[in-house]
Design a protein around this ligand. Sequence first.
Ligand code: MN
Length: 307
Amino acid sequence: MNYLLNKIKEYGTIILHRHTRPDLDAIGSQFGLYHILKDNFKEKKIYKVGDLNRFAIFGDVDEISDTTYENALVIVTDVAVSHLISDERYKLAKEVIVIDHHTNDCDVTDNFIQDTSYSSCCEFIVDLANQLGLTINKEAATCLAGGIITDTGRFLYNSVTANTFKVMAFLIERGADTQYIYSKINVETLEVRKMKNYFAGQIKYTNKNVAYLMNDASVYEKFNTTFNDVSRGMVSLMAGISEVPIWVNFTYDKESNKVVCEIRSRDIVVVDVAKKYGGGGHKQACGCTVENFDEALKVLNDLNNLV
Ligand SMILES: [Mn+2]
């Protein structure tokens, strides 16, 4: 803790990075730390950089030149793997510190502050700030609450601990605007809702109630969408049906001209089927890529046999 505080005190310029294609924990930890440092060290120059997407709900990143990195400290949050860090100019900094809650080893720096017991990087940052005696204002509290709410799946995942609620209570006392966060994350576009309605109507079931979607090239003509928004975005439409123990989303990918299988299950271990076809992942959430829809039917048959 002393080390971290001394490093923060030592540098006049601190630049904050996080992972690419950010989720709200990446954005929340970066912007939350930004407001903490801004508020507690008014004489320092603090910047935040990286790619933006629909989770960038707390404002813009900063445009900075390469020379800003000379004699600067970089703090990376929510990622410890170098190729996943957004804006590789972090390499130009004089020193780098990584703060993360994932289980990955760090290949960025030896200055690695890791605790995998935390539900989210944002929860971790709150405890660190409190231990360092740094104040957390309303803006910081709102950003940090955003990461906790989303990385815990709205407090549903088993990563939630008593500490998660203690930290959340603290942030609400500090004025965290949870209504603002919910107003951003609980809405989707009309186009996405129409897509979900369409795909929900396309779900089919095997004789053992494996639910599946076969999304061929025509879905890209029907909707202004991306491979990822279909493959990852539509798989959960099949979740939560009591009779369905396994569900799988087969999606044609134009870039590779192959079919990507996103496999999910409630209890049954399905990762071995993914591995059989060269894929992998978690026991009950995994994937693989096959040459065409004929091969996809083989994956489906294997999953059906598993049930
Ligand atoms: Mn996270």
